[in-house]
Design a protein around this ligand. Structure first.
Ligand code: PXP
Length: 247
C-alpha cells in the first residue's frame, strides 16, 4: 500500500464546544478533559482544540490538562500570531493546524490565505517544524492555496469542507469533486491531506470515501449530538460511518 493511502481514516475530535458550554456558566463543568478521556476510551485517534485569541472556549490551562489526561495526539489549532507560536512551542502538541482567525466570526469561516501570507507564515511553519511539531495548514480546496502550502513546506494540509457541507444538490457534487481533486493533488505532492468543518452523520461518508484523506477533524456536530446520545455513542456512530465509507 502507498504510504499516502492510509488503511484507516483517523478521527480527530474537536472538543472546543465542551469548553463553550463550560464557559457559559464560568465554572468547571463540563470539563473538556473528560471529553478527551471519553474520546480516547472509544477509539478516537486524536484531540483537536482551538485556542482562540479571545479564549472563548479552550483556555491556556486546558491544553496541559488535555495533554496530561490522555495519550492521544493533540492537534492544536492556532492563528498565525507570535502569541500562539510561543504557546505552541511551550506545549509542544503533536500537531499545530494554522487557521485564519477573526475575532468577530462565529467559527473558522473559510480557509487560511496561505498564498497571500507567505512571508508571515514561513517563519512560523519553520519554528514549529524545528520544534518537532507537525504543521498543518487549514486551507480551502484551491490550487493556489495548495501551491502555497507546498512552497511553505507544510507536511499536512487540512481542507476546509465548509463549502461542501453547506452546499446542496448539484452544488454539493461540484464541491465534492473539487475536494476530491485537491486531495489527490496534495497526495501526489507528498502532502498528507486531512479534512474538516461542518461534517455530520449525513455528509461525512462521501468525504471519508476519498481514499487519500488520512484524517477528519469533527467537532460541533459531535458535541451537539452528544447532548442527545452521549459522547461515546456519537463518536462511535461517526466512526462506524467513516469505516463503512472506507470499507
Ligand atoms: N478543523 C478545523 C481546522 C477547524 O477550525 C474546525 C472548526 O473549529 C474543525 C475542523 C471542526 O469543524 P466542526 O466543528 O464544524 O466540525
Amino acid at each position: 500500500m502507498n504510504a499516502l493511502t492510509p488503511a484507516r481514516l483517523r478521527l480527530g475530535v474537536n472538543i472546543d464546544h465542551v469548553a463553550t458550554i463550560r464557559n457559559a456558566r464560568g465554572g468547571a463543568h463540563p470539563d473538556p478533559v473528560r471529553a478527551a478521556q471519553i474520546v480516547a476510551a472509544v477509539g478516537g485517534d486524536g484531540i483537536t482544540a482551538h485556542l482562540r485569541e479571545d479564549r472563548r472556549h479552550i483556555r491556556d490551562e486546558d491544553l496541559m490538562r488535555i495533554q496530561a489526561a490522555t495519550n492521544l495526539p493533540l492537534n492544536l489549532e492556532m492563528a498565525a500570531t507570535d502569541e500562539m507560536l510561543d504557546i505552541a512551542l511551550r506545549h509542544k502538541p503533536h500537531a499545530a493546524c494554522i487557521v485564519p482567525e477573526r475575532r468577530e466570526e462565529r467559527t473558522t469561516e473559510g480557509g487560511l490565505d496561505a498564498a497571500g501570507q507567505h512571508n508571515r507564515l514561513a517563519p512560523i511553519v519553520q519554528r514549529l517544524t524545528d520544534a518537532g511539531i507537525r504543521v498543518s495548514l487549514f486551507i480551502a480546496p484551491e490550487v493556489r492555496q495548495l501551491d502555497a502550502a507546498i512552497r511553505l513546506g507544510a507536511p499536512v494540509v487540512e481542507f476546509h469542507t465548509g463549502e461542501y457541507a453547506h452546499a446542496e444538490g448539484d452544488a454539493r457534487e461540484v464541491e465534492l469533486r473539487r475536494l476530491t481533486d485537491m486531495v489527490a493533488l496534495a497526495a501526489r505532492n507528498g502532502i498528507e491531506p486531512h479534512a474538516g468543518h461542518g461534517l455530520t452523520y449525513d455528509n461525512v461518508q462521501p468525504v471519508a470515501a476519498i481514499p487519500q484523506i488520512a484524517e477528519l477533524n469533527i467537532g460541533h456536530y459531535l458535541i451537539g449530538e452528544a447532548v442527545f446520545v452521549g459522547l461515546e455513542n456519537a463518536v462511535r456512530r461517526m466512526r462506524e460511518l467513516m469505516d463503512a465509507a472506507r470499507g
